[in-house]
Design a protein. Sequence first.
Length: 137
Amino acid sequence: MIPQNISRGDVIKAIKRIQAEGIPNKRQSSKFDLLYQCFRFPPKLILSIANEYANGEPLDYDLFSSGDEANTYLSSLGFEIVLKEPEKVQLVDPEEEEFPEGKVLYRRHCTYEPDRRLVTKAKQRRKRETGSLDCEV
């Protein structure tokens, strides 16, 4: 059961923490995502971390369902829950070699990109304009 004192603010803190630390390997969602500012997050992980802010400890994953219960609660706080779209994952990106930061940072960067089609268009435009994909600093 999800504690009813988890607030929208607690959820936003959890989102910011996940953005900073990343999503642990075994904590990806399977059917639904919380959509926040164009980024997708696993609802169950969000609630577990949000409970840390509200009640001092992570919420045990076995105490609540990731489907209706988590999604209904997050929706009641004003968050958008979307169906996870199966995505074809390209194992090696041909642009990977162009990044001076290295493959590891590039792959980590790719995990945070919300929509590959938009990203591909943006990369193509940037490459046309500047001739490379260097980061602006």
